[in-house]
Write a protein that binds this ligand. Structure first.
Ligand code: NCD
Length: 314
C-alpha cells in the first residue's frame, strides 16, 4: 500500500468549492490519485481514521454520495453511523440543530450532511465542534460531486486549463452545477451553461460562465458535457412544456452526439432519468464516464476525509 504524503491543510470543514483556493482543490485531487490505487485493488483498511467516528446525516435521499462516504470512511478505518430522518426523533419535533448536537454528544469527529435547505451545513459548522462536510445543500453546493467531476475530467483529459465544459439542463436547481462552476473556473476552464431559459437563473454570467439556450449550437465547442438531472423535486410546475420536448431540445442521444467532437467526454452526476437527459445507448456508450465518476468519488471522498481528520496528530 502506498504511503500517503503529509499535506498542509488548515480547514476543519468542507462547505463548498466557492470557498476553496485552487491549491486546496489541487491538494485534494492529487491525494485522491493516491487513493485510486486502493479503490482499484479494493484494498481496504488503512488506519488513518482509526478511532474516529463519521456520521452520515442525510435529510434527503441518496444512493451514490451516502454509500461512497460510508465506504470511504470505513476504508480509512473509521466507525460510521448512519442517520435517516424517518424513524428518528425529528418526527417528534426535534430541531435540526438539537438532533445534530445530540448525535455529536456521542463523540463524533465528522458530520457528512445533506439537506434540502441551503446553508444547513454552514449552520452546523457554527454549532458543532465536529468537522462538517456538505454532501449537498438545497440548490446551493455539492462540493464532493464537483471535486469528483473535476477529478474525472483531469484524469481523462490530463488538464483542466483551456477546456470547454458544458453544463446542460436544470442549472437553476442544481447544486452540482454551482460546485462545478466554482471549481472549474478556478482552473481556467471555460464553462458554458445551457438549458431552457426557465432553468437557467438570471445573472449566472456573474459567476464567469457563458449562457446558451441552444445545445446544438454549443455542443461542437465542448470538450466535456455534464448532463444534469431535471430536479423535479425542487421545481414548480410549468418550467418547460413537456418532458418529450425537453428531451428533444436538451437530451443527449446518438443523433445529437454526431455533432460533438469525436473525443467528447460525457459526465452525469446521477441519478439519470434514462430517455430524458440521456438515452440508454449514450449513457452506456463509449463517451460516457458515468460509472468512472462513481469509482472516482470514493477516492475523492477518502482524500477529503483524510485531510479533514486523518493526518498524524489530528
Ligand atoms: C446529485 C445531487 O443529489 O445533488 N446527485 C448525486 O449526489 N450524485 C444530483 C442529482 O440528484 O441530480
Amino acid at each position: 500500500m502506498q504511503s500517503l504524503p503529509q499535506m498542509s491543510w488548515n480547514r476543519s470543514h468542507l462547505l463548498g468549492l466557492e470557498d476553496l483556493g485552487r491549491d486546496e482543490i489541487t491538494a485534494i485531487l492529487d491525494l485522491a490519485e493516491h487513493f485510486t490505487q486502493d479503490t482499484h485493488e479494493r484494498r481496504s483498511k488503512r488506519t488513518n481514521l482509526a478511532g474516529k467516528v463519521v456520521v452520515n446525516l442525510f435529510f434527503e435521499p441518496s444512493t451514490r454520495t451516502r454509500m461512497s462516504f460510508s465506504l470511504a470512511a470505513r476504508r480509512l478505518g473509521a466507525d460510521v453511523l448512519d442517520f435517516s430522518p424517518s424513524g428518528s426523533s425529528t418526527s417528534k419535533g426535534e430541531s435540526f440543530i438539537d438532533t445534530a448536537k445530540n448525535i455529536e454528544a456521542m463523540g463524533i469527529d465528522l458530520v457528512v450532511v445533506r439537506h434540502s435547505a441551503t446553508g444547513a451545513p454552514h449552520l452546523l459548522a457554527q454549532h458543532l465542534c465536529a468537522g462538517v462536510i456538505n454532501a449537498g445543500d438545497g440548490a446551493h453546493e455539492h462540493p464532493t460531486q464537483g471535486l469528483l467531476d473535476i477529478f474525472t475530467i483531469r484524469q481523462k483529459r490530463g488538464r483542466l486549463e483551456g477546456l470547454t465544459v458544458g453544463l446542460v439542463g436544470d442549472i437553476a436547481h442544481s447544486r452540482v452545477a454551482r460546485s462545478n462552476i466554482h471549481g472549474l473556473t478556478k482552473f481556467g476552464a471555460k464553462v458554458i451553461v445551457c438549458g431552457p431559459p426557465t432553468l437557467v437563473p438570471r445573472g449566472i454570467e456573474e459567476l464567469g460562465v457563458e449562457v446558451s439556450h441552444n445545445l446544438d449550437a454549443v455542443l461542437p465547442r465542448c470538450d466535456v458535457i455534464n448532463m444534469l438531472r431535471i430536479q423535479f423535486e425542487r421545481q414548480r410546475n410549468g418550467l418547460f412544456p413537456s418532458i418529450a420536448e425537453y428531451a428533444r431540445l436538451f437530451g443527449m442521444d446518438s443523433n445529437r452526439l454526431k455533432k460533438a467532437r469525436p473525443d467528447l467526454l460525457l459526465l452525469a452526476p446521477g441519478p439519470i432519468n434514462r430517455g430524458v437527459e440521456i438515452t440508454p445507448e449514450v449513457a452506456d456508450g463509449p463517451h460516457s464516464a458515468i460509472l468512472t465518476q462513481v469509482t472516482n468519488g470514493l477516492a475523492v471522498r477518502m482524500a477529503v476525509l483524510y485531510l479533514l481528520c486523518g493526518q498524524p496528530g489530528m
